[in-house]
Every structure is written in structure tokens, then in C-alpha cells.
Design a protein around this ligand. Structure first.
Ligand code: PLP
Length: 391
């Protein structure tokens, strides 16, 4: 059995640790070396061992690209210096005049890239409610080249039926990008549901320890992968070997971390649901959550992100976000430590006044893998403090 067939037969947790990570053939090192060389010796002119110059490719990056592609169940992986560098490469697939249809609660930085960088260069865009596939079909515009969806979305955690959107988009000749940052390949593999390009901010769960910025594209089609590979090298938004090593190290524990993130999120949701200070709890496992059916269908579990709105409005939301001691008030998400933030004034401030503006009384949690009882106690006292000061 060839190496690839053997790896395809392995379970997720096994591939996370071994795919692309054979012991080093020259030294036997079990851990993938951080390969710092920028240039590689050639046996004769143009005759090399697969590497020439480190922007085009280096062995540490290859290990990461092979591993995450395997986890997403596709043939090609491309690592980038950040999630947004990866997104920028996707936009280069379009010709001027081709439209992007973007989910109406997309990540603020994605919105900024499309609206403020690429629209002025001639790529129009529309925000759409992608939970409503009938409306998407009815309002379809023939210039659409790309449908860009997140599921679950950030920060409202709406879930989109990937298969239904992909079927429509493919019928109409558009590519489908799924930002899989929140779910990770452990909880959801969008390519199996028809996504052409699976996108990650590796800064979040893939890295998982708040110590590396990175991006990733997973693609099955050879022609799409080849064009993205060209942009990766030609525009040069590549990660350093050390960054690749950190993401690769994070990915080894992705499965066990995600299990604990989901378990802890459930404990937090149990506290929030029915709490007198809390208006709405947004978590895909809740039966009344928009897209619960889609999440139950396409996800293994419901993830580590929880959002909620407060009865006292924006002022209380801000005070609650400032009143935790264990949850750190900070942007970003997906790492071992728990974070709390106010999206309207922090991660999603750049979307103010746009169709992607988020509610001002919303608080977002990235539930970490500390002990759930400590997390629940911290949040309970913050809810109490946040509402007390309002009286
Ligand atoms: C953080 C994030 C991005 C952007 O990734 P960077 O690594 O910060 O460039 C894109 N999509 C989602 C859902 C994110 O959370």
C-alpha cells in the first residue's frame, strides 16, 4: 500500500499526528524539522530534490500542507502567512466584473478585504442571507463568480447548509469558498459537501495556542489548486518555517482540543440559557438556533464559540465583557485559553454601518479548555457584576 492510500485509511486523530510527518529520512528525527534554508542545492542545472527557493516551497511547509489537506479530505493544501493572505489569493481567481456573494454576517476582515481592497479593483460584491437558498436562487446575478460562506458564522454562529448552497452555485457556474475556521476539519469537512475551496485562519483552532498567525487553503480540484499555488508563490504571502512548525504542532492535538472546547461550551450555554441577565443565547446546538438543522446534519459537534445578547443592552454587554477574570478580554479565538469580547466595538467595528453590522448588545465567547467549573463560575460573577453596576 502506498503512503497516501495508507494515510487515507487512517482516522482523523492518526492523520493529525502522522500525515506528512514521517520521521526525517536522514536523521530519524520524529518531529518535523524546522527547515530554515532559503535555498537548496541542485545536482545539475534545474535538477533538484523538489525544493529550489523557500518562497516556492520548503519542507516544513510541505509537512503542514500535506497534513491539513489530509484532514480536510482533499488532495491539495496551501499554507499562507495569515488567513487574510489566503483570502487574498482566493480573490485573485476572479476577473474584474465577477461578483462575490458574501454571507451577511461574515468575519469583519473578510468584509474589509472584499469591500475595501477588491471592489475598487473591479470586483463587485453583495451580502446575502445564505440560510435562505431559495432567495439566493431568486436574486442570483449572472456575474457571480464566487459564493463565500462561513458556517458557523462569526459572531452570530449561524449555520449554512453547505450542500444546498454548493449545488445552486455549481449549477450557475460559481465557485464556493467555505471558511471553516470555526468548525475545523475535526467537526466539519466542507469539501465533502461540495465546497471548492476550504479556508482557514490557522491563527485560531488549527494553531490553537494564540502564538502564531497563519492561513490555509484546502482544495481538491487540480486546476483550482494550481492557480492558487501560482498566486501563493507569485504574490508571496507565505508563512515562515517556524510558523508552519507551530501550526503543525497545534494540529496534532486538534481532535482532543475540539472535544473539550465543545464540552466546555455546553457547560457555559447551560449557565446562560434562562439566566435573568441574558436575552438570547446563540449556539448551534440549541434547537431554536437558526441553522441548528444544518449544523446537526453537517457537523460532528457544535464547536467552542458561544455568543449572547444582554437584556440591559450595549452598556451591560460592555460591562460583562470587562468583568471576567479568567476569560481574557481580547480579540481572536480558538485557543486553549478562554476569551471574551464585544464584537460591535472590537472584531466587527470595521463593519459598522454596513450590511454586516452586528448587534451592539452582543458578547462573544471563545470557550477554552480550562476546567468548565472555573469558566462557569467566572462568567456567573461577570453577569452579576455587569448587571449590578447598571442599577
Ligand atoms: C481570524 C479570521 C480570519 C482572518 O484570519 P487572520 O489569520 O487573522 O488573517 C478569517 N476568517 C475567520 C472566520 C476568522 O476568525
Amino acid at each position: 500500500m502506498g503512503e497516501q492510500e495508507q494515510q487515507a485509511g487512517w482516522a482523523f486523530e492518526t492523520r493529525a499526528i502522522h500525515a506528512g510527518q514521517d520521521p526525517d529520512p536522514t536523521t530519524g528525527a520524529v518531529v518535523t524539522p524546522i527547515s530554515l534554508s532559503t535555498t537548496f542545492a541542485q545536482d545539475a542545472v534545474g535538477q533538484h530534490k523538489g525544493y529550489e527557493y523557500a518562497r516556492s516551497g520548503n519542507p516544513t511547509r510541505t509537512a503542514l500542507e500535506t497534513c491539513v489537506a489530509s484532514l480536510e479530505g482533499v488532495r491539495h493544501g496551501l499554507a499562507f502567512a495569515s488567513g487574510l493572505a489566503a483570502e487574498d489569493a482566493i480573490m485573485r481567481l476572479l476577473r474584474p466584473g465577477q461578483r462575490v456573494v458574501l454571507g451577511n454576517d461574515a468575519y469583519g476582515g473578510t468584509f474589509r478585504l472584499i469591500a475595501k481592497v477588491w471592489e475598487p479593483l473591479g470586483m463587485p460584491w453583495t451580502a446575502a442571507d445564505l440560510t435562505d437558498v431559495e432567495a439566493l436562487a431568486a436574486n442570483w446575478r449572472d456575474d457571480t463568480g464566487l459564493v463565500w460562506l462561513e458556517t458557523p458564522t462569526n459572531p452570530l454562529l449561524t449555520c449554512i447548509d453547505i450542500e444546498a448552497v454548493a449545488e445552486l452555485a455549481h449549477e450557475r457556474g460559481a465557485l464556493v469558498v467555505v471558511d471553516n475556521t470555526f468548525a475545523t476539519p475535526y467537526l466539519q469537512q466542507p469539501a465533502a459537501s461540495g465546497a471548492d475551496i476550504v479556508l482557514h485562519s490557522a491563527t485560531k483552532y488549527l494553531g490553537g495556542h494564540s502564538d502564531v498567525v497563519g492561513g490555509f487553503l484546502a482544495v481538491d480540484q487540480d486546476d483550482v489548486a494550481e492557480r492558487l499555488r501560482f498566486f501563493q508563490n507569485a504574490a508571496g504571502g507565505v508563512p515562515s518555517p517556524f510558523d508552519c512548525y507551530l501550526v503543525l504542532r497545534g494540529v496534532k492535538t486538534l481532535g482532543v482540543r475540539m472535544d473539550r472546547h465543545c464540552e466546555n461550551a455546553r457547560a457555559v450555554v447551560d449557565l446562560l440559557v434562562g439566566h435573568p441577565a441574558v436575552d438570547r443565547v446563540l449556539y448551534p446546538q440549541l434547537p431554536d438556533h437558526p441553522g441548528h438543522a444544518a449544523a446537526a446534519e453537517q457537523m460532528r459537534d457544535f464547536g467552542g464559540m458561544v455568543s449572547f445578547t444582554l437584556n440591559g443592552g450595549e452598556a451591560v454587554a460592555r460591562r460583562v465583557a470587562e468583568s471576567t477574570t479568567l476569560f481574557t478580554l481580547a480579540e481572536s479565538l480558538g485557543a486553549v485559553e478562554s476569551l471574551i469580547e464585544h464584537p460591535g466595538a472590537m472584531t466587527h467595528a470595521s463593519a459598522a454601518g454596513s450590511p454586516l453590522e452586528v448587534p451592539a448588545d452582543l458578547v462573544r465567547l471563545s470557550v477554552g479548555i480550562e476546567h468548565s467549573s472555573d469558566l462557569v463560575a467566572d462568567l456567573a460573577q461577570a453577569l452579576e457584576l455587569g448587571t449590578q453596576e447598571g442599577n
